[in-house]
Design a protein around this ligand. Structure first.
Ligand SMILES: [Zn+2]
Length: 687
């Protein structure tokens, strides 16, 4: 259950990660899509716009939800499947890239070979842990485990599930031109630190499920029942102690909290019992000028735990961590145990995913740009890239106009904001220069070794950036990904080819539909440069306050309106949305749709099509319906709980209704009146 790298700030979709079914036909386009006329658009636009779609798309048993993004994901996966199956056939005519991609996939889907191998592939690694003689040797062992299980990457949430801590390359917060290394909290098998402490019945049941998984896994790995029981308790005790000092997800939204500079000497002083030089040499990290220690408290606590916890306890913890992170390529009993907790208990899935989907995802994660290159050839023609670039420029112009029109911001701050917009680098579809995989060994018939080797390559690739100038052309997502992101630290917006597909981006649809679909996504990402986190970075990506005190105060007041509004929404049962955690995403949703609508109006005006009716709908009505269509989804209650407690995005229905209720243009388009649910008064507005 290794997780993909998470970019530091802001992903569009959470639900996309929960996708999968077999499809070979493209997702429904806007033209196929019918509203629920029995509901008043002004009472509940989500129900009005989405019930028909949601009825047609029940949650498949191997998933925890299904949404418009999932349908696009399925379509992309079916393209990947064709590539993977054809390259997996073998043959001398394959080039070196196809050999790696094909043999990786062929090994991964060969469940008989995985069963036959049992734990043999993992045994040398488990022995390495068993043979640890002294805590002094922990740094080298930990570096090795981080390399093979796919460390690291500075993460936006509460830290990666890597052994004890995580980290990775990142542009320096104060000098974003240069890449330094982050040392981050980590080590937790539950989704967030608070899962170890909350006292409600559901969380207690989740903790019990997690402990049962640890015990079951250790039993499967050969431990006697009583020992596995005791060891599971040891693991829970270590993880709970690590969690205690971990910074919580809301505090982590403030970049100043993470920006703690340590030279190697200071880092060594922070944790005297852990030899950093030994760790850094073993993981082959070049020496940066300094390190960013995201959570010094976490590292201080680690130091104290190093002294108080026995060697045997650490070995038990590391053994579990390795088994957990490798479970995808272990025999079926391990995968079933993992699914019981991570699939059923935590996300409400009924069935395990078919193996081919697991393997397609794994190939995307491990060989992203090799597979992605073949995907782009099939699914993203140059004409799409050109049209998308035009859309992005139209949105950037609209954002610029929006900033110019603000009555609450001074000219001094506006000037800086305009510079920031003008400096954004637009990245569309795929990297200009593809990554080199020539040093990667992929052996047909050994799935686990292939995963480990890929992981080593990917960690090395990431860490090789440390100490070098920042490359704004690097991508944090693979081309088939149904998602997009803004990166504050290099001021770039990034749209993988995977999301530039119908219905979000449809070359055959009219402008109102495309601006409501991908236009809102572009606006959302642009707004991230100006949300509660993004506004703290300047045009060059430096954490620098470019706001006048008065303007900053006015921003905070407007942001508080959004935080209070969303914080009042009930997501599931009695669980409310966390207004502070979701503030950035909600600001981006609200600003993004306004900017997209402004851009649409500019384009329609230039074409003289402001009042063009298509299928009985005005341009604004089509725009709002296309927006809602992008967020139609059905989610299990379990996954909504998980999302509310660990994800900075609001659940999809609230992303639709919360955003539109703040828009006078929406009221006008659907004739809504004061007092109706879709009319918020006073409305919140930042951008
Ligand atoms: Zn976002």
């Amino acid at each position: 259950m290794r997780r993909p790298i998470i970019s530091l700030f802001s992903l569009v979709f959470a639900a996309a990660a929960f996708a999968q079914t077999d499809v070979t036909k493209p997702p429904a386009t806007f033209a196929d899509y019918a509203v629920n006329a029995s509901t008043d658009a002004c009472t509940d636009f989500h129900t009005y716009a989405c019930t028909n779609w949601e009825k047609l798309h029940p949650i498949p048993p191997d998933r925890s939800g299904y949404g418009t993004g999932s349908a696009v994901y399925d379509w992309n996966r079916s393209v990947l499947k064709q590539i993977l199956e054809s390259t997996a056939k073998g043959g001398a005519e394959r080039n070196a890239i196809d050999q790696r991609v094909g043999d990786y996939y062929a090994s991964c889907i060969d469940e008989a070979a995985i069963e036959k191998r049992g734990l043999a592939g993992l045994k040398p690694e488990l022995d390495r842990i068993d043979n640890l003689k002294s805590k002094k040797d922990l740094p080298a062992l930990l570096a090795h485990l981080h390399l093979i299980t796919g460390n690291l990457a500075a993460s936006g949430n509460s830290g990666a599930p890597t052994a004890i801590f995580g980290g990775g390359s990142i542009p320096d917060f104060d000098n974003a031109k240069m890449v330094v290394a982050a040392i981050d909290q980590g080590g937790l098998g539950l989704p967030d630190r608070d899962y170890y402490f909350r006292d409600d019945a559901k969380t207690k049941a989740e903790r019990a499920g997690y402990e049962a998984l640890i015990k079951k896994t250790l039993t499967l790995a050969g431990e006697a029942d009583a020992k596995a029981d005791a060891d599971a308790k040891t693991v829970m005790s270590i993880e709970t102690a690590l969690a205690k000092s971990a910074t919580d997800i809301v505090k982590r939204r403030d970049p100043a909290t993470l920006n703690n500079k340590y030279t190697i000497a200071q880092l060594q002083k922070l944790t005297p019992s852990f030899d950093w030089n030994a760790y850094l040499a073993a993981i082959r990290m070049p020496s940066p000028d300094h390190y960013l220690v995201f959570s010094p408290d976490f590292m201080r606590n680690f130091e104290s735990m190093l002294n108080t916890r026995s060697l045997a306890e650490w070995k038990t913890y590391l053994r579990w961590n390795l088994l957990n992170l490798s479970s995808e390529d272990l025999p079926k009993t391990f995968r079933e145990a993992s699914f019981e907790f991570y699939g059923k208990t935590l996300t409400g899935r009924k069935e395990m995913r078919p193996r081919w989907k697991v393997c397609a995802d794994a190939a995307d994660r491990d060989l992203g740009e090799a597979l992605g290159r073949a995907y782009v050839d099939r699914a993203f023609p140059p004409a799409s890239k050109e049209r998308m670039l035009k859309l992005v420029k139209a949105l950037e112009q609209a954002l610029d106009e929006d900033i110019a029109s603000l009555d609450w911001m001074s000219d001094v701050t506006k000037k800086q904001a305009h510079v920031k917009v003008a400096t954004i680098l637009d990245k569309i579809g795929y990297p200009d220069k593809w990554r080199d995989y020539s040093s990667l060994t992929i052996t047909r018939g050994n799935a686990l070794a292939n995963a480990f080797n890929s992981s080593v390559l990917n960690v090395n690739y990431d860490l090789a950036k440390v100490g070098k100038p920042t490359n704004r052309n690097d991508w944090g997502m693979t081309p088939p990904t149904v998602n997009a992101y803004y990166s504050s630290l290099d001021n770039t917006i990034n749209f993988p080819a995977g999301i530039l597909q119908p219905p979000f981006f449809d070359a055959s649809a009219d402008d109102a539909v495309n601006f409501g679909g991908i236009g809102v996504v572009i606006g959302h990402e642009l707004t991230h440069g100006f949300d509660d986190q993004g506004r703290k970075f300047d045009a060059q990506g430096n954490l620098r306050d470019w706001w006048t005190a008065e303007d900053a105060k006015k921003f905070e007041e407007r942001a508080k309106c959004i935080s209070d509004e969303y914080g009042s929404f009930v997501a599931v049962d009695d669980l409310r949305v966390n207004g502070a955690l979701t503030l950035g995403e909600n600001t981006a949703d609200n600003g993004g749709i306004r900017i997209a609508l402004r851009a649409l109006h500019n384009v329609l005006k230039a074409q003289g099509k402001e009042n063009e009716i298509i299928n009985g709908l005005t341009p604004d009505q089509r725009f709002f319906l296309a927006f809602a269509h992008g967020w139609c989804s059905t989610l299990t209650p379990q996954v909504v709980r998980l999302q509310v407690q660990s994800d900075p995005h609001s659940p999809s229905p609230l992303r639709i209704n919360g955003t539109l209720a703040n828009m006078p243009e929406f009221r006008e388009a659907f004739g809504c009146k004061t007092g109706q649910a879709m009319v918020r008064d006073p409305a919140c507005k930042v951008w």
